[in-house]
Design a protein around this ligand. Structure first.
Ligand code: PAF
Length: 277
């Protein structure tokens, strides 16, 4: 496994991989890798591509009130995981490489980026879209892998790739969960013991509500009940909503491609999850 830290090194390593291997798959990450990332890398390896994983904690997607310095980092642990998963090349740029002096271009996606995370974290998706566009330009992969756990992010990236006719396809990988249903996330490590005991309620209510609505229960009542039960369970609910799966607009009742999405806080940790509805 090769580690590239400069653009010159990256370009040479990608060219060599393309010559020896053919298709290139990119797995963009911010490090602090867990089983969810392992699933992305393994899916990319299984597809037959040479896999490039980027590790870059992107300052542009953190808001002023979000603690960038607190984001978990574990370079040695990440590299060991990637090596074991069959990753061929790790791209680890620094901030000056991604945002050099004079850098003046960012990407604003509207549509699916507007509500939910877009409203709760102004500028977040501008940061995500910009860094992904840069990574796509640097690595020039045939495909890039994203987890369904960040459902809205996945739709924003798909929209950007379609709108800008970028020459790659986006592959979605199912959310990886702990045995009790909690979606894997780098931020789970910040849950206290009590919060971790409470955390499974979010996924339990998403699945229960999806089943109830599919079975004919009034969606508005089912959503209100789920929000109340989360609050009773110690969560501060940001949203728990039934949406169109690609546009992320709220819908009153179940429809093809509907998704139940939720964000709720336990103490300082904001948990995100979603299920098909
Ligand atoms: O999902 C993430 O880890 C990040 O948002 C991403 C896609 C790597 C962009 O920084």
């Amino acid at each position: 496994m090769h580690i590239a830290r400069t653009l010159t090194d990256l370009r040479a390593a990608v060219a060599a991989l393309r010559a020896s291997h053919g298709p290139i798959a990119l797995v963009p990450t911010m490090g602090a890798l867990h089983d969810g990332h392992r699933a992305l890398v393994r899916a990319a390896v299984t597809s037959g591509a040479a896999v490039v994983t980027s590790i870059f904690v992107n300052p542009l997607q953190f808001g002023a009130s979000e603690d960038l310095s607190r984001y978990p980092r574990d370079e040695a642990g990440d590299l060991a995981i990637l090596e074991a998963c069959g990753c061929a090349l790790v791209w680890m740029p620094d901030v000056a490489t991604m945002y050099p002096p004079g850098d003046a271009t960012t990407i604003t996606v509207t549509g699916p980026a507007q509500n939910w995370e877009g409203a709760a974290r102004p500028g977040h998706f501008r940061g995500v879209a910009t860094v992904c566009a840069k990574l796509f330009g640097q690595v020039r992969p045939d495909r890039a892998y994203f987890g369904e756990k960040d459902w809205q992010q996945l739709q924003v990236i798909r929209r950007m790739v379609d709108d800008l006719a970028l020459p790659l396809s986006i592959v979605a990988v199912e959310t990886v969960r702990e045995p009790d249903g909690v979606a894997m996330s780098s931020r789970n490590r910040f849950l206290s013991e009590t919060e971790r005991v409470r955390a499974p309620l979010l996924h339990a209510l998403l699945t229960e509500t999806a089943r109830a609505v599919a079975g004919g229960r009034d969606a508005s009542r089912a959503l209100t009940s789920a929000r109340n039960r989360l609050t009773d369970g110690g969560f501060v609910v940001d949203y728990f909503a039934l949406v169109d799966g690609s546009m992320l607009t709220e819908i009153p009742t179940i429809a093809p491609d509907a998704r139940l999405i939720a964000a709720a806080r336990l103490g300082l940790v904001r948990l995100l999850d979603n299920v098909a509805a």
